[in-house]
Design a protein around this ligand. Structure first.
Ligand code: ZN
Ligand code: ZN
Length: 136
């Protein structure tokens, strides 16, 4: 939560109860939820909140660096609160995304060829497959 207060202050963002509750829901989420999923969870506490507010707030959070947008796959954009270096296992069937850590992936050298596209500021390995639940 401290991160939240600090980043909001840094960016001159007012801390409203709505923003705090949206952030708390995102922090609790382990499933890389869409804005719609967060909206449904937040609505239990704030029945009058609009989808638009939740959507805009989540994007605001990613702009000021307290949340991350997960790489897209033509589905609704998904968010995550986990800012630590980590990698993803993504199920092709149910679209669940699992976080994992791997030192050797963290240390993967950058291919020379990438230089011509620009400056690399992040690195994530995405493994795709069928999760255990879907294999059953
Ligand atoms: Zn699955
Ligand atoms: Zn993740």
């Amino acid at each position: 939560m401290e991160d939240f207060y600090q980043k909001c202050a840094e960016h001159g963002l007012k801390i409203t109860p709505q923003r705090r509750i949206i952030y708390e829901e995102l922090m609790r989420a382990k499933d890389h939820p869409t804005a719609d999923a967060i909206y449904k969870r937040v609505r239990r506490k704030l029945p009058n909140i609009s989808f638009d507010t939740v959507y805009r707030t989540l994007h605001l959070f990613s702009e000021i660096g307290i949340a991350k947008l997960v790489e897209g796959y033509g589905e609704d954009r998904r968010f995550e609160p986990n800012l630590d270096q980590h990698h993803h296992f993504r199920c092709l069937k149910c679209h669940a995304i699992y976080d994992f850590h791997c030192d050797s992936y963290d240390e993967l050298p950058l291919p020379e060829v990438v230089r011509k596209y620009g400056l690399v500021v992040g690195k994530r390995v995405v493994l795709e497959g069928i999760c255990l639940k879907c294999r059953k």
